[in-house]
Design a protein around this ligand. Structure first.
Ligand SMILES: NC(=O)C1=CN([C@@H]2O[C@H](COP(=O)(O)OP(=O)(O)OC[C@H]3O[C@@H](n4cnc5c(N)ncnc54)[C@H](OP(=O)(O)O)[C@@H]3O)[C@@H](O)[C@H]2O)C=CC1
Ligand SMILES: O=C(CO)COP(=O)(O)O
Ligand SMILES: [Zn+2]
Length: 346
């Protein structure tokens, strides 16, 4: 049996802080709610959401300091103490992932209220928690609803929107890796999930000029791509349609770079290299990233070229069960250096 869990409501619009009340009412989520936010996103939208909810629900708030197991446990403890019926996460990928895993483990629903369009975890069923013994995401449940307030997301620095494009464009090579694993390893493959995922990547390539403007329409384009990408992962039952070798490269950078860049920025650069390895038109990937102002090389990521090469050579060890273009043995130092040089990454 293949279980596909999807959000029941997706709201995309402006001034939606108040809508959290009607969503919770419509979905009959219960009386006690816990709002999670970061120190900054509390001011950006968290307090407003909390205030609105408090008119109709018993609400408590918690400041989350990062996507760690300690924070997941703290959120779970507080939710138990408050007898919370549901949670709402107001923030970036880290806050959403903490709520996603904590609510999954407590078997209560959560609403995703993103304040950035920088990652496709907004609507996905998997959570990336740093010290869970895995550098990659783990299975959880998707949000019961997504409330994407374009005005709020637009307050984030433009860099985050460009990073979102990187996370979406990575679907091009992720799907190629998935097809490879399907052919070579007989791995389960969903054409429907793959098509949805590829559609998001093609849409951002087509709309790069609009995205670059950084206005409400740009935010809408990226958010729609991120949500479709998350839904594709839920349909697949894994992050396969949106995470291949380019993500392994980014996970390797997170492990070894003194100061990693944003997730979407790193996977965007990784996609240039893995598109080259797949024999795809990697120049088109680079062109799109350049157009939207996302980093396309080591210098712009502020990561040393040696670290880039090292990450490419160890990427295949991050998640050995996920077969990709890197093969079982990975890239040699020479091959990694050559690929990075040819594509202008170093
Ligand atoms: N589960 C999944 O499927 C996926 C998960 N991810 C994960 O998501 C994380 C990346 O998410 P990302 O959003 O890039 O980064 P983070 O959530 O780690 O950080 C975002 C930072 O930006 C701040 N911020 C958030 N919104 C705004 C805003 N509107 N204006 C100004 N500052 C803002 C946050 O503030 P504050 O300090 O208040 O939090 C925080 O400091 C990674 O941990 C990655 O692994 C990525 C892709 C998919
Ligand atoms: O970032 C993701 C998809 O964009 C999740 O992928 P991982 O499963 O590799 O963590
Ligand atoms: Zn990603």
């Amino acid at each position: 049996m293949h279980l596909m869990e999807l959000p029941r409501e997706v709201l995309l619009g402006e001034g939606l802080a108040e809508e959290s009340v009607s969503v919770a009412r419509r979905l009959k989520l219960g009386r006690n709610a816990l709002v999670l936010y970061g120190p900054r996103t509390r001011e950006i939208a968290g307090e407003e959401v909390e205030e609105n909810l408090s008119r109709e629900f018993d609400v408590s708030g918690m400041v989350v300091k990062g996507a760690t197991m300690e924070e997941v446990s703290r959120a779970m403890e507080l939710a138990k103490e408050l007898k919370a019926d549901w949670m709402i996460a107001v923030g970036g990928g880290s806050i959403i992932d903490v709520a996603k895993l904590a609510s999954y483990r407590l078997e209560i629903p959560f609403i995703s209220f993103p304040t950035t369009a920088s990652h496709d975890g907004i609507a996905s069923a998997n959570a990336s928690i740093k010290d869970l013994g895995s550098k990659t995401s783990v299975k959880a449940r998707p949000p019961i609803a997504v409330i994407a307030d374009v005005k709020v997301i637009k307050t984030a620095p433009y860099r985050y929107l460009a990073a979102g494009v990187g996370d979406i464009i990575s679907n091009l090579t992720a799907v190629k890796d998935w097809q490879l694993a399907h052919r070579i390893r007989g791995e389960y493959y969903s054409e429907y999930a793959a098509s949805l995922s590829l559609m998001s990547a093609k849409m951002v390539m087509k709309n790069a000029d609009i995205i670059r403007i950084g206005n409400e329409e740009s935010v809408r384009k990226v958010v729609k791509g991120l949500i479709s990408s998350g839904v594709a992962m839920s349909i697949a039952g894994s992050s396969r349609p949106a995470s291949g070798a380019e993500h392994l490269f980014s996970h390797a950078l997170d492990a070894i770079a003194p100061k990693p860049a944003l997730h979407g920025e790193q996977v965007g650069v990784g996609t240039i290299i893995t598109a080259y390895l797949h024999g795809l038109k990697w120049e088109r990937v680079r062109e799109t990233l350049k157009k939207v102002g996302a980093p396309t090389n080591a210098y712009e990521l502020e990561i040393e070229p040696e670290i880039i090469i090292k990450a490419l050579t160890i990427a295949h060890t991050i998640r050995p069960e996920r077969y990709t273009i890197l093969g079982r043995d990975g890239l040699t130092w020479e091959a990694a250096e050559k690929a990075a040089k040819i594509t202008g990454v170093i």
